[in-house]
Design a binder for this molecule. Structure first.
Ligand code: UDX
Ligand code: UDX
Length: 464
Protein backbone atom coordinates (compact mmCIF):
# COMPACT_ATOMS: atom_id res chain seq x y z
CA UNK A 1 0.00 0.00 0.00
CA UNK A 2 1.20 3.49 -0.81
CA UNK A 3 1.03 5.89 2.13
CA UNK A 4 0.35 9.60 1.85
CA UNK A 5 3.09 10.56 4.31
CA UNK A 6 6.05 8.66 5.68
CA UNK A 7 6.82 9.64 9.25
CA UNK A 8 9.78 8.53 11.36
CA UNK A 9 10.43 8.98 15.06
CA UNK A 10 13.93 8.53 16.49
CA UNK A 11 13.64 7.52 20.17
CA UNK A 12 11.13 4.87 21.26
CA UNK A 13 10.68 5.99 24.87
CA UNK A 14 7.79 7.18 27.03
CA UNK A 15 7.24 10.10 24.64
CA UNK A 16 8.13 8.65 21.22
CA UNK A 17 6.19 5.38 21.55
CA UNK A 18 2.78 6.65 22.71
CA UNK A 19 2.80 9.85 20.63
CA UNK A 20 3.61 7.99 17.40
CA UNK A 21 1.01 5.32 18.21
CA UNK A 22 -1.60 8.09 18.40
CA UNK A 23 -0.53 9.63 15.07
CA UNK A 24 -0.68 6.18 13.40
CA UNK A 25 -4.11 5.52 14.93
CA UNK A 26 -5.55 8.84 13.79
CA UNK A 27 -3.89 8.90 10.36
CA UNK A 28 -4.35 5.47 8.74
CA UNK A 29 -3.04 6.86 5.46
CA UNK A 30 0.33 7.71 7.00
CA UNK A 31 3.09 5.19 7.65
CA UNK A 32 4.69 5.78 11.04
CA UNK A 33 7.98 4.09 11.95
CA UNK A 34 9.72 4.32 15.32
CA UNK A 35 13.43 3.52 15.69
CA UNK A 36 15.78 3.46 18.67
CA UNK A 37 19.47 2.83 19.25
CA UNK A 38 18.47 0.30 21.87
CA UNK A 39 17.41 -2.84 19.95
CA UNK A 40 15.95 -4.45 23.09
CA UNK A 41 13.51 -1.56 23.34
CA UNK A 42 12.36 -2.14 19.75
CA UNK A 43 11.92 -5.87 20.47
CA UNK A 44 9.77 -4.95 23.48
CA UNK A 45 7.57 -2.65 21.37
CA UNK A 46 7.11 -5.53 18.94
CA UNK A 47 6.22 -7.99 21.73
CA UNK A 48 3.11 -8.59 23.83
CA UNK A 49 4.72 -6.84 26.82
CA UNK A 50 5.29 -3.20 25.86
CA UNK A 51 8.27 -1.40 27.46
CA UNK A 52 5.97 1.34 28.78
CA UNK A 53 2.86 0.83 30.91
CA UNK A 54 0.23 3.36 29.96
CA UNK A 55 -3.53 2.83 30.29
CA UNK A 56 -5.10 2.45 26.81
CA UNK A 57 -1.76 2.11 24.98
CA UNK A 58 -2.04 -1.66 24.44
CA UNK A 59 -5.30 -1.36 22.52
CA UNK A 60 -4.01 1.37 20.20
CA UNK A 61 -0.81 -0.57 19.52
CA UNK A 62 -2.84 -3.70 18.72
CA UNK A 63 -4.95 -1.73 16.23
CA UNK A 64 -2.02 -0.12 14.40
CA UNK A 65 1.12 -2.26 14.75
CA UNK A 66 2.21 -3.84 11.45
CA UNK A 67 -0.58 -1.97 9.64
CA UNK A 68 0.73 1.58 9.59
CA UNK A 69 2.85 1.60 12.75
CA UNK A 70 6.24 -0.11 12.72
CA UNK A 71 9.03 -0.44 15.27
CA UNK A 72 12.31 -0.94 13.45
CA UNK A 73 16.06 -1.20 14.07
CA UNK A 74 17.49 -0.04 10.72
CA UNK A 75 17.83 3.64 11.69
CA UNK A 76 19.97 4.63 8.69
CA UNK A 77 17.66 3.12 6.13
CA UNK A 78 14.59 4.58 7.83
CA UNK A 79 16.13 8.06 7.70
CA UNK A 80 16.46 7.61 3.92
CA UNK A 81 12.89 6.43 3.46
CA UNK A 82 10.96 8.98 5.54
CA UNK A 83 10.20 12.64 4.87
CA UNK A 84 9.12 13.82 8.30
CA UNK A 85 11.40 12.93 11.24
CA UNK A 86 10.46 13.46 14.88
CA UNK A 87 13.38 13.49 17.33
CA UNK A 88 12.38 12.17 20.72
CA UNK A 89 15.67 11.10 22.27
CA UNK A 90 16.44 11.75 25.89
CA UNK A 91 17.93 15.01 27.11
CA UNK A 92 19.11 14.27 30.65
CA UNK A 93 20.71 16.79 32.98
CA UNK A 94 24.43 17.10 32.24
CA UNK A 95 26.57 15.26 34.76
CA UNK A 96 29.94 16.59 33.62
CA UNK A 97 31.74 19.73 32.48
CA UNK A 98 30.21 23.19 32.14
CA UNK A 99 26.68 23.37 33.51
CA UNK A 100 26.95 19.95 35.21
CA UNK A 101 23.89 19.33 37.38
CA UNK A 102 21.75 21.91 35.57
CA UNK A 103 22.26 22.22 31.81
CA UNK A 104 20.69 19.72 29.42
CA UNK A 105 22.98 17.10 27.96
CA UNK A 106 22.40 17.55 24.25
CA UNK A 107 24.80 14.91 22.99
CA UNK A 108 22.01 12.55 21.87
CA UNK A 109 20.15 15.32 20.06
CA UNK A 110 23.31 16.40 18.29
CA UNK A 111 24.27 12.82 17.43
CA UNK A 112 20.81 12.28 15.99
CA UNK A 113 21.05 15.45 13.88
CA UNK A 114 24.38 14.23 12.47
CA UNK A 115 22.87 10.84 11.75
CA UNK A 116 19.99 12.49 9.86
CA UNK A 117 22.47 14.61 7.90
CA UNK A 118 24.63 11.65 6.99
CA UNK A 119 21.88 9.36 5.73
CA UNK A 120 19.39 11.76 4.09
CA UNK A 121 19.09 11.66 0.32
CA UNK A 122 16.03 13.94 0.02
CA UNK A 123 14.60 17.04 1.81
CA UNK A 124 13.28 16.43 5.34
CA UNK A 125 11.25 18.14 8.00
CA UNK A 126 13.01 17.51 11.31
CA UNK A 127 10.82 18.00 14.38
CA UNK A 128 12.11 18.46 17.92
CA UNK A 129 9.76 16.55 20.19
CA UNK A 130 12.20 16.25 23.10
CA UNK A 131 12.14 19.07 25.64
CA UNK A 132 15.09 21.25 24.77
CA UNK A 133 16.71 24.46 25.91
CA UNK A 134 15.65 27.48 23.91
CA UNK A 135 17.97 27.91 20.88
CA UNK A 136 18.65 24.19 20.41
CA UNK A 137 16.97 24.38 17.02
CA UNK A 138 19.75 26.74 15.98
CA UNK A 139 22.37 24.08 16.73
CA UNK A 140 20.32 21.53 14.84
CA UNK A 141 19.92 23.84 11.86
CA UNK A 142 23.65 24.54 11.80
CA UNK A 143 24.50 20.85 11.74
CA UNK A 144 21.91 20.12 9.06
CA UNK A 145 22.92 23.19 7.02
CA UNK A 146 26.32 21.65 6.43
CA UNK A 147 24.66 19.60 3.68
CA UNK A 148 25.64 22.74 1.68
CA UNK A 149 22.52 23.21 -0.38
CA UNK A 150 22.36 19.63 -1.67
CA UNK A 151 19.42 18.75 0.56
CA UNK A 152 17.20 21.14 2.49
CA UNK A 153 16.11 20.55 6.04
CA UNK A 154 13.46 22.48 7.91
CA UNK A 155 13.61 22.29 11.72
CA UNK A 156 10.35 22.59 13.70
CA UNK A 157 9.66 22.51 17.42
CA UNK A 158 6.63 20.51 18.53
CA UNK A 159 6.97 19.81 22.27
CA UNK A 160 4.84 17.09 23.81
CA UNK A 161 2.68 18.05 26.79
CA UNK A 162 1.23 14.65 27.66
CA UNK A 163 1.61 13.42 31.23
CA UNK A 164 2.43 9.81 32.09
CA UNK A 165 -0.46 7.70 33.30
CA UNK A 166 -2.88 9.77 31.20
CA UNK A 167 -0.77 9.87 28.02
CA UNK A 168 -3.33 8.35 25.67
CA UNK A 169 -6.17 10.63 26.83
CA UNK A 170 -3.83 13.65 26.70
CA UNK A 171 -2.71 12.73 23.19
CA UNK A 172 -6.25 12.16 21.97
CA UNK A 173 -7.67 15.35 23.48
CA UNK A 174 -4.76 17.71 24.06
CA UNK A 175 -5.32 21.12 25.71
CA UNK A 176 -3.22 22.43 22.85
CA UNK A 177 -0.70 21.35 20.24
CA UNK A 178 2.19 23.77 19.83
CA UNK A 179 4.19 24.03 16.63
CA UNK A 180 7.07 26.46 16.30
CA UNK A 181 8.91 27.21 13.09
CA UNK A 182 11.08 29.74 11.35
CA UNK A 183 8.86 32.42 9.87
CA UNK A 184 10.36 32.03 6.40
CA UNK A 185 8.44 30.74 3.40
CA UNK A 186 9.88 27.23 3.74
CA UNK A 187 9.45 27.32 7.55
CA UNK A 188 5.79 28.22 7.24
CA UNK A 189 5.25 25.53 4.61
CA UNK A 190 6.77 22.86 6.87
CA UNK A 191 4.70 24.16 9.78
CA UNK A 192 1.52 23.85 7.68
CA UNK A 193 2.42 20.25 6.84
CA UNK A 194 2.63 19.33 10.52
CA UNK A 195 -0.55 21.27 11.34
CA UNK A 196 -2.30 19.11 8.70
CA UNK A 197 -1.34 15.93 10.54
CA UNK A 198 -2.71 17.08 13.92
CA UNK A 199 -5.79 18.63 12.30
CA UNK A 200 -7.04 15.09 11.60
CA UNK A 201 -8.22 14.88 15.20
CA UNK A 202 -7.36 18.08 17.07
CA UNK A 203 -9.76 21.08 16.66
CA UNK A 204 -8.13 23.92 14.71
CA UNK A 205 -8.37 26.39 17.60
CA UNK A 206 -6.25 24.08 19.76
CA UNK A 207 -3.38 23.93 17.29
CA UNK A 208 -1.26 26.95 18.03
CA UNK A 209 1.76 28.10 16.10
CA UNK A 210 4.60 30.38 17.11
CA UNK A 211 8.17 31.23 16.33
CA UNK A 212 10.55 28.41 17.07
CA UNK A 213 12.15 29.96 20.18
CA UNK A 214 8.79 30.62 21.85
CA UNK A 215 7.86 27.02 21.25
CA UNK A 216 11.06 25.66 22.80
CA UNK A 217 10.79 27.99 25.78
CA UNK A 218 7.06 27.38 26.32
CA UNK A 219 7.65 23.72 27.07
CA UNK A 220 10.23 24.49 29.77
CA UNK A 221 8.02 27.21 31.23
CA UNK A 222 4.88 25.02 31.21
CA UNK A 223 6.67 22.38 33.26
CA UNK A 224 8.17 25.01 35.56
CA UNK A 225 4.71 26.52 36.23
CA UNK A 226 3.20 23.11 36.98
CA UNK A 227 6.05 22.18 39.32
CA UNK A 228 5.81 25.60 40.96
CA UNK A 229 2.17 24.93 41.90
CA UNK A 230 3.17 21.66 43.55
CA UNK A 231 5.96 23.37 45.50
CA UNK A 232 3.68 26.25 46.44
CA UNK A 233 1.06 23.97 47.96
CA UNK A 234 3.72 21.79 49.60
CA UNK A 235 5.30 24.84 51.23
CA UNK A 236 1.90 25.75 52.69
CA UNK A 237 1.41 22.15 53.91
CA UNK A 238 4.34 22.71 56.28
CA UNK A 239 2.62 25.79 57.67
CA UNK A 240 -0.68 23.89 58.03
CA UNK A 241 1.03 21.27 60.17
CA UNK A 242 2.17 24.02 62.55
CA UNK A 243 -1.17 25.82 62.72
CA UNK A 244 -3.83 23.07 62.66
CA UNK A 245 -5.09 24.33 59.32
CA UNK A 246 -5.92 21.55 56.83
CA UNK A 247 -4.13 21.68 53.45
CA UNK A 248 -7.04 20.04 51.57
CA UNK A 249 -9.42 22.72 52.87
CA UNK A 250 -6.97 25.49 52.02
CA UNK A 251 -6.34 24.06 48.51
CA UNK A 252 -10.07 23.78 47.89
CA UNK A 253 -10.75 27.35 48.96
CA UNK A 254 -7.83 28.75 46.96
CA UNK A 255 -8.43 26.59 43.87
CA UNK A 256 -12.08 27.59 43.55
CA UNK A 257 -10.96 31.03 42.48
CA UNK A 258 -11.22 30.62 38.73
CA UNK A 259 -8.10 32.74 38.33
CA UNK A 260 -6.12 30.09 40.23
CA UNK A 261 -7.89 26.86 39.23
CA UNK A 262 -8.20 23.62 41.15
CA UNK A 263 -5.66 21.36 39.41
CA UNK A 264 -2.12 20.64 40.62
CA UNK A 265 -2.85 21.71 44.17
CA UNK A 266 -2.42 18.31 45.82
CA UNK A 267 0.10 18.41 48.62
CA UNK A 268 2.29 15.35 48.94
CA UNK A 269 5.88 14.17 49.16
CA UNK A 270 6.90 16.33 46.22
CA UNK A 271 7.03 15.97 42.47
CA UNK A 272 9.01 13.33 40.64
CA UNK A 273 9.18 12.22 37.03
CA UNK A 274 11.72 12.68 34.29
CA UNK A 275 10.73 16.25 33.42
CA UNK A 276 10.00 18.70 36.22
CA UNK A 277 13.34 18.79 38.00
CA UNK A 278 15.36 18.48 34.80
CA UNK A 279 13.44 21.23 33.03
CA UNK A 280 13.52 23.69 35.93
CA UNK A 281 17.25 23.19 36.38
CA UNK A 282 17.63 23.75 32.69
CA UNK A 283 15.64 26.99 32.99
CA UNK A 284 17.84 28.01 35.92
CA UNK A 285 20.94 27.32 33.84
CA UNK A 286 19.60 29.40 30.96
CA UNK A 287 18.78 32.33 33.26
CA UNK A 288 22.26 32.18 34.78
CA UNK A 289 23.80 32.00 31.32
CA UNK A 290 21.99 35.18 30.33
CA UNK A 291 23.04 36.89 33.60
CA UNK A 292 19.58 36.82 35.19
CA UNK A 293 20.61 35.75 38.69
CA UNK A 294 17.38 36.75 40.46
CA UNK A 295 15.25 34.89 37.95
CA UNK A 296 17.47 31.83 38.27
CA UNK A 297 17.20 31.90 42.09
CA UNK A 298 13.43 32.28 41.92
CA UNK A 299 12.99 29.10 39.87
CA UNK A 300 15.64 27.16 41.73
CA UNK A 301 13.65 27.63 44.92
CA UNK A 302 10.90 25.44 43.39
CA UNK A 303 13.35 22.51 43.38
CA UNK A 304 14.59 23.36 46.87
CA UNK A 305 11.07 23.25 48.33
CA UNK A 306 10.62 19.86 46.65
CA UNK A 307 13.70 18.51 48.43
CA UNK A 308 12.59 20.13 51.69
CA UNK A 309 9.22 18.36 51.46
CA UNK A 310 10.89 14.96 51.14
CA UNK A 311 13.23 15.72 54.05
CA UNK A 312 10.28 16.83 56.18
CA UNK A 313 8.45 13.60 55.41
CA UNK A 314 11.32 11.35 56.50
CA UNK A 315 12.07 13.53 59.56
CA UNK A 316 8.42 13.14 60.54
CA UNK A 317 8.63 9.34 60.28
CA UNK A 318 11.73 9.33 62.46
CA UNK A 319 10.32 11.79 65.03
CA UNK A 320 6.97 10.06 65.30
CA UNK A 321 8.49 6.63 65.74
CA UNK A 322 10.35 7.71 68.89
CA UNK A 323 13.47 8.92 67.06
CA UNK A 324 14.77 5.53 66.06
CA UNK A 325 14.08 3.38 63.05
CA UNK A 326 16.96 0.95 63.54
CA UNK A 327 15.67 -2.58 62.97
CA UNK A 328 12.08 -1.39 62.45
CA UNK A 329 10.27 -2.66 59.40
CA UNK A 330 8.69 -0.04 57.16
CA UNK A 331 6.40 -0.96 54.30
CA UNK A 332 6.46 1.45 51.38
CA UNK A 333 3.21 1.43 49.44
CA UNK A 334 3.92 2.79 45.97
CA UNK A 335 7.27 3.43 44.31
CA UNK A 336 6.39 4.99 40.93
CA UNK A 337 6.54 8.81 40.76
CA UNK A 338 2.75 8.97 40.31
CA UNK A 339 -0.17 6.56 39.88
CA UNK A 340 -0.84 4.60 36.68
CA UNK A 341 2.74 4.33 35.55
CA UNK A 342 5.64 1.98 36.28
CA UNK A 343 8.08 4.86 35.75
CA UNK A 344 10.29 5.63 38.75
CA UNK A 345 12.54 8.31 37.28
CA UNK A 346 13.21 10.95 39.98
CA UNK A 347 10.52 9.33 42.13
CA UNK A 348 10.51 10.81 45.64
CA UNK A 349 10.32 7.16 46.79
CA UNK A 350 13.97 6.61 45.79
CA UNK A 351 15.20 9.41 48.04
CA UNK A 352 12.86 8.54 50.91
CA UNK A 353 13.86 4.85 50.82
CA UNK A 354 17.56 5.78 50.94
CA UNK A 355 16.94 8.04 53.95
CA UNK A 356 15.09 5.24 55.75
CA UNK A 357 17.91 2.79 55.00
CA UNK A 358 20.41 5.33 56.36
CA UNK A 359 18.47 5.13 59.65
CA UNK A 360 18.95 1.33 59.49
CA UNK A 361 15.26 0.64 58.93
CA UNK A 362 14.30 -2.55 57.13
CA UNK A 363 12.33 -1.63 54.03
CA UNK A 364 9.65 -3.63 52.20
CA UNK A 365 8.54 -2.11 48.89
CA UNK A 366 5.18 -2.79 47.28
CA UNK A 367 3.89 -1.41 43.96
CA UNK A 368 1.58 -2.82 41.29
CA UNK A 369 3.76 -1.78 38.31
CA UNK A 370 7.10 -0.38 39.43
CA UNK A 371 8.92 -3.15 41.32
CA UNK A 372 11.23 -3.98 38.40
CA UNK A 373 12.34 -0.35 38.08
CA UNK A 374 12.58 0.02 41.88
CA UNK A 375 15.02 -2.90 42.05
CA UNK A 376 17.15 -1.23 39.34
CA UNK A 377 17.10 2.16 41.13
CA UNK A 378 18.08 0.57 44.43
CA UNK A 379 20.51 -2.02 43.04
CA UNK A 380 23.31 -0.69 45.26
CA UNK A 381 21.19 -1.51 48.35
CA UNK A 382 20.51 -5.09 47.24
CA UNK A 383 19.89 -7.39 50.19
CA UNK A 384 18.56 -4.62 52.46
CA UNK A 385 15.15 -4.37 50.79
CA UNK A 386 12.36 -6.84 50.05
CA UNK A 387 10.04 -6.39 47.08
CA UNK A 388 6.52 -7.78 47.52
CA UNK A 389 3.76 -6.88 45.08
CA UNK A 390 0.79 -7.87 47.26
CA UNK A 391 0.24 -4.99 49.74
CA UNK A 392 -1.21 -7.29 52.41
CA UNK A 393 1.81 -9.61 52.44
CA UNK A 394 4.15 -6.60 52.22
CA UNK A 395 2.61 -4.91 55.29
CA UNK A 396 2.47 -8.03 57.41
CA UNK A 397 4.95 -7.89 60.32
CA UNK A 398 5.85 -4.21 59.67
CA UNK A 399 5.83 -1.34 62.21
CA UNK A 400 4.73 1.34 59.75
CA UNK A 401 3.20 1.98 56.34
CA UNK A 402 4.42 4.86 54.18
CA UNK A 403 2.14 5.63 51.22
CA UNK A 404 4.33 7.20 48.54
CA UNK A 405 2.26 6.85 45.35
CA UNK A 406 -1.40 7.77 44.83
CA UNK A 407 -2.44 4.39 43.38
CA UNK A 408 -6.23 4.02 43.54
CA UNK A 409 -5.88 0.53 44.99
CA UNK A 410 -4.40 1.92 48.23
CA UNK A 411 -7.58 3.88 48.93
CA UNK A 412 -9.53 0.64 48.88
CA UNK A 413 -7.29 -1.54 51.05
CA UNK A 414 -8.80 -3.42 53.98
CA UNK A 415 -6.89 -1.51 56.66
CA UNK A 416 -8.49 -3.53 59.45
CA UNK A 417 -6.97 -6.70 58.03
CA UNK A 418 -3.62 -4.93 57.53
CA UNK A 419 -3.64 -3.53 61.09
CA UNK A 420 -4.09 -7.01 62.55
CA UNK A 421 -0.99 -8.30 60.75
CA UNK A 422 1.32 -5.43 61.82
CA UNK A 423 3.52 -4.81 64.90
CA UNK A 424 1.96 -2.49 67.53
CA UNK A 425 2.06 0.47 67.99
CA UNK A 426 1.33 0.87 64.30
CA UNK A 427 1.91 3.94 62.13
CA UNK A 428 0.69 5.17 58.75
CA UNK A 429 2.45 8.04 56.98
CA UNK A 430 0.16 9.06 54.15
CA UNK A 431 2.48 10.91 51.78
CA UNK A 432 -0.35 11.49 49.30
CA UNK A 433 -3.34 12.15 51.56
CA UNK A 434 -5.37 9.45 49.85
CA UNK A 435 -6.76 7.24 52.63
CA UNK A 436 -9.53 7.83 55.17
CA UNK A 437 -7.42 9.08 58.09
CA UNK A 438 -10.14 9.08 60.74
CA UNK A 439 -11.20 5.53 59.86
CA UNK A 440 -7.62 4.27 60.09
CA UNK A 441 -7.12 6.06 63.43
CA UNK A 442 -10.29 4.39 64.78
CA UNK A 443 -8.95 1.00 63.65
CA UNK A 444 -5.89 1.61 65.84
CA UNK A 445 -3.25 3.19 63.58
CA UNK A 446 -1.40 6.39 64.45
CA UNK A 447 -1.96 8.41 61.30
CA UNK A 448 0.29 11.13 59.89
CA UNK A 449 -1.05 12.91 56.80
CA UNK A 450 0.62 15.80 54.93
CA UNK A 451 -0.49 19.30 55.93
CA UNK A 452 -3.16 18.12 58.39
CA UNK A 453 -3.12 17.46 62.11
CA UNK A 454 -1.71 14.02 62.97
CA UNK A 455 -4.13 11.53 64.53
CA UNK A 456 -1.79 10.04 67.09
CA UNK A 457 -2.01 8.41 70.48
CA UNK A 458 1.38 9.82 71.45
CA UNK A 459 2.71 13.23 72.33
CA UNK A 460 4.62 14.83 69.45
CA UNK A 461 8.13 13.39 69.72
CA UNK A 462 9.60 15.28 66.80
CA UNK A 463 11.06 18.08 68.92
CA UNK A 464 12.69 15.70 71.45
C1 UDX B 1 12.69 11.99 26.62
C2 UDX B 1 13.17 13.21 27.39
O1 UDX B 1 13.40 12.83 28.73
C3 UDX B 1 12.20 14.34 27.36
O2 UDX B 1 12.79 15.51 27.82
C4 UDX B 1 11.81 14.61 25.99
O3 UDX B 1 10.77 15.54 25.99
C5 UDX B 1 11.43 13.37 25.22
O4 UDX B 1 12.41 12.35 25.34
P1 UDX B 1 11.27 9.93 27.30
O5 UDX B 1 10.63 9.48 26.04
O6 UDX B 1 10.50 9.78 28.56
O7 UDX B 1 11.56 11.47 27.26
O8 UDX B 1 12.72 9.30 27.42
P2 UDX B 1 13.16 7.80 27.26
O9 UDX B 1 12.06 6.89 27.66
O10 UDX B 1 14.51 7.70 27.90
O11 UDX B 1 13.31 7.64 25.66
C6 UDX B 1 14.34 8.11 24.89
C7 UDX B 1 14.74 7.01 23.88
O12 UDX B 1 15.65 7.53 22.93
C8 UDX B 1 15.42 5.79 24.52
O13 UDX B 1 14.72 4.61 24.22
C9 UDX B 1 16.82 5.79 23.91
O14 UDX B 1 17.36 4.49 23.68
C10 UDX B 1 16.58 6.53 22.59
N1 UDX B 1 17.78 7.14 22.01
C11 UDX B 1 18.63 7.86 22.77
C12 UDX B 1 18.03 6.98 20.63
O15 UDX B 1 17.30 6.30 19.94
N2 UDX B 1 19.13 7.59 20.10
C13 UDX B 1 20.00 8.30 20.85
O16 UDX B 1 20.97 8.82 20.32
C14 UDX B 1 19.74 8.45 22.23
C1 UDX C 1 4.64 16.46 33.34
C2 UDX C 1 3.67 17.47 32.72
O1 UDX C 1 2.42 17.42 33.40
C3 UDX C 1 3.49 17.17 31.24
O2 UDX C 1 2.67 18.16 30.65
C4 UDX C 1 4.85 17.15 30.56
O3 UDX C 1 4.72 16.81 29.20
C5 UDX C 1 5.77 16.16 31.24
O4 UDX C 1 5.87 16.46 32.64
P1 UDX C 1 4.45 13.96 34.25
O5 UDX C 1 5.80 14.21 34.83
O6 UDX C 1 4.22 12.73 33.45
O7 UDX C 1 4.03 15.18 33.29
O8 UDX C 1 3.38 13.94 35.44
P2 UDX C 1 2.55 15.04 36.26
O9 UDX C 1 1.15 14.58 36.27
O10 UDX C 1 2.80 16.41 35.80
O11 UDX C 1 3.12 14.84 37.74
C6 UDX C 1 4.45 15.21 38.09
C7 UDX C 1 4.67 15.02 39.57
O12 UDX C 1 3.95 15.97 40.34
C8 UDX C 1 4.23 13.64 40.10
O13 UDX C 1 5.21 13.14 40.97
C9 UDX C 1 2.94 13.94 40.83
O14 UDX C 1 2.67 13.02 41.85
C10 UDX C 1 3.24 15.34 41.37
N1 UDX C 1 2.01 16.12 41.66
C11 UDX C 1 1.17 16.49 40.65
C12 UDX C 1 1.73 16.49 42.97
O15 UDX C 1 2.47 16.17 43.91
N2 UDX C 1 0.58 17.23 43.22
C13 UDX C 1 -0.26 17.62 42.23
O16 UDX C 1 -1.26 18.29 42.53
C14 UDX C 1 0.03 17.22 40.91
Amino acid sequence: MKFKKNILCIGAGYVGGPSMAMIAYKCPDCRVTVVDINPARIDAWNSAELPVYEPGLDEIIKKTRSKNLFFAKDIENQIKENDIIFVSVNTPTKTFGAGAGKAADLQFVEKTARQILEHSQSPKIVIEKSTLPVKTALAMERILASAKGKITFEVLSNPEFMAEGTAMADLEKPDRVLIGSRETQSGLKARAELVDIYARWVPAEKIITSNIWSSELSKLVANAFLAQRVSSINSISALCEKTDADISEVARAVGMDSRVGSKFLKAGIGFGGSCFKKDILNLVYLCNYYGLQEVADYWESVVKINEYQQDRFTANILGSMFNTLAGKKICILGFSFKADTGDTRESPAIYITRKLLAEHAQVVISDPKALKNAAIDLASDKGKISYIEDPYSAASGCHALAILTDWELYRKLDFRKIYKSMIKPTFIFDGRNIIDHKKCFDIGFNVYPIGKPALSRFEDQSSV
